[in-house]
Design a protein around this ligand. Structure first.
Ligand SMILES: [Zn+2]
Length: 391
């Protein structure tokens, strides 16, 4: 029999469900309580109306929000790229080729080393309020190395993405068609059983639109759902391809034409913005305001990876999105919770709706706005995952 717990005396409860609370997109409830029964949310509302439960937690006038849904990360890697970052911050531009450094180190790493790294970054993210994460292969680029990365990832999350098409494997750099044939053939056969998603880095220097379409279509035929690294470093076909293939998400979306914005707004493909990458490469910010005003659904995630965005902090990304990308604090928090869930086509996470997973973050602050108002401050005081307090 499961036990029930009420978290009460919450100054501001973010549900990220617009049918609840003040009926804003954030579904905010003041002087609130939330009831957890087993691993699910059972009830939300005003503290004075909370039903009787087995246990009681006093939030002390602080804010509670859904656990963050980080729908884009690359956590299976070996090696270290401190020197590359140091050089770039001293004036050298970023190019996709830096991935090769990590490919060599990842191939050289043992399974245990890969898993130890993954576990370390997951614990780091959990302490910052992330209760669901997606992660990708993409630093192995051989059938054996890609499939082992996915097997390791699948021990820690359901949201596993096959990214064999991150760059062309170095040993086939002169024959990209042969690499696409490998990714859509033997490598896909070995990887499909361990993944839910298939992804392509659609960019100059990586894969063009026709190659990306061939890879994603092949993945879809094997039961994987598409998502795409699109329009990060330059204008290109990625976003249009994402919409054409009903991809769950087009990720980055930094260089968009008006037609790209319209296509996203008139589809259910989520625009996932990853400001840690622009921060860490001193690149131009994606324009969240333009996407939101057009009616697109926007998610915010970390893109945590050793090359271009080595942060696991969703609160940091929220602060960047508010400061530099035209999002309001409410919009940024929604995008990091329900938005991330939409980018994973999930409605059982990212919101505190009765029946949803009991994934909650308690802030040491009276309002979710403090996530942007107090950048860089460790505000996460408590985390519940599937109803269990883990922080
Ligand atoms: Zn990425």
């Amino acid at each position: 029999m499961s036990s029930s717990t009420v978290i009460t005396n919450i100054a501001a409860l973010v549900t990220s469900d617009p049918s609840l609370g003040d009926n804003s997109p954030l579904g905010l409830v003041r002087d609130a309580a939330v009831v957890i029964d087993g691993d699910r949310v059972a009830w939300t509302g005003e503290s004075s109306k909370a039903p009787a439960t087995d246990n009681r937690v006093d939030a002390g006038g602080r804010a509670v929000l859904p656990g963050f849904v980080d729908s884009h990360s690359h956590l299976l890697f070996g090696g270290d790229r401190t020197e590359e970052f140091n050089a770039r911050m001293s004036g050298r531009p970023y190019s996709a080729g830096g991935i090769r450094t990590t490919v060599a180190a990842t191939r050289a790493a043992s399974d245990a080393e890969l898993e130890a790294g993954l576990t370390r970054y997951l614990e780091e993210a959990l302490r910052q309020g992330t209760t669901t994460f997606e992660t990708k292969s993409g630093y192995g680029l051989t059938t054996a190395d890609e499939s082992r990365a996915l097997r390791v990832a699948a021990r820690h999350t359901d949201e596993v993405t096959f990214l064999g098409a991150h760059i062309v494997a170095p040993e086939l750099a002169d024959d990209p068609a042969a690499y696409v044939a490998l990714v859509t053939g033997e490598m896909l056969d070995a990887c499909a059983p361990h993944a839910r998603w298939i992804d392509v880095f659609c960019e100059k220097g990586a894969f063009d639109g026709d190659q990306a379409r061939a890879i994603l279509t092949a993945g879809r035929a094997r039961g994987l759902h598409p998502r795409i690294h699109a329009n990060q470093l330059s204008y290109g076909p990625g976003v249009q391809l994402a919409v054409e293939l009903d991809a769950a998400s087009a990720d980055h979306c930094t260089h968009l034409t008006d037609a790209d914005v319209d296509a996203l707004a008139n589809s259910r493909t989520v625009a996932t913005l990853l400001p840690g990458a622009e921060f860490s490469t001193r690149a131009r910010w994606p324009d969240a305001r333009r996407l939101l005003d057009a009616g697109a659904t926007v998610a915010l995630s970390t893109d945590c990876n050793p090359g271009s965005s080595f942060t696991s902090s969703v609160p940091f990304c929220i602060a960047l999105a508010v400061r530099d990308m035209g999002m309001t604090p409410d919009e940024a928090v929604w995008s990091a919770t329900a938005g991330g869930a939409a980018a994973l086509r999930r409605d059982d996470i990212g919101r505190l709706t009765p029946g949803a997973h009991a994934d909650l973050t308690l802030l040491d602050a009276p309002s979710h706005v403090h996530l942007a108002y107090r950048p860089g401050v460790p505000l996460v005081r408590g985390v519940w995952r599937r109803g269990v307090r883990v922080v």
